[in-house]
Design a protein. Structure first.
Length: 146
């Protein structure tokens, strides 16, 4: 094989490699944390204030039983009407995300059925209002659902 044939083989191999890389790049999923990313960033001061308010009270408790993920609201908020949102954000797959309204019972517990969730690592983002104060907290949780 002479040097001209070797040169053609190198160009063909390079073109094939480039084709494979372009094909893989075109079929890769890119997901943003939020569809309204820029609007969320403009409201970031609310999140900072909510974190400061949440740091002044006891933490959210997260427990599991056979059928539920149980969120326990801080004792300081028992008996107060709570309005807010729960977002179980799956970092690896947006299809596994779950958004729910906060509806804690009289003892400050919220039950979330495990049937709505898949086994994975989640970031619990909890935003709520109580007594005209905004609260916000984030917590990493891992669910092993069987």
């Amino acid at each position: 094989m002479n040097w001209g044939n070797k040169l053609i083989l190198v160009f063909v191999a390079f073109a094939g490699l480039m084709f494979v890389l372009v094909y893989k790049a075109m079929n890769t999923r890119y997901e943003l944390v939020s569809k309204d990313y820029y609007q969320d960033e403009l409201r970031y001061q609310d999140k900072i204030d909510g974190k400061a308010n949440a740091a002044a009270i006891s933490q959210i408790g997260v427990q599991t039983d056979q059928e539920h993920l149980i969120l326990q609201m801080p004792k300081e908020l028992y008996g107060q009407p709570l309005k807010g949102d729960i977002w179980l954000y799956c970092k690896t797959d947006a299809v596994k995300d779950l958004r729910l309204p906060l509806s804690a019972d009289a003892e400050g517990r919220q039950f979330i059925s495990k049937k709505q969730l898949k086994a994975d690592k989640y970031l619990l983002k909890l935003s709520w209002r109580a007594a005209d104060k905004h609260y916000y907290t984030e917590q990493d949780i891992e669910l092993n659902i069987q």
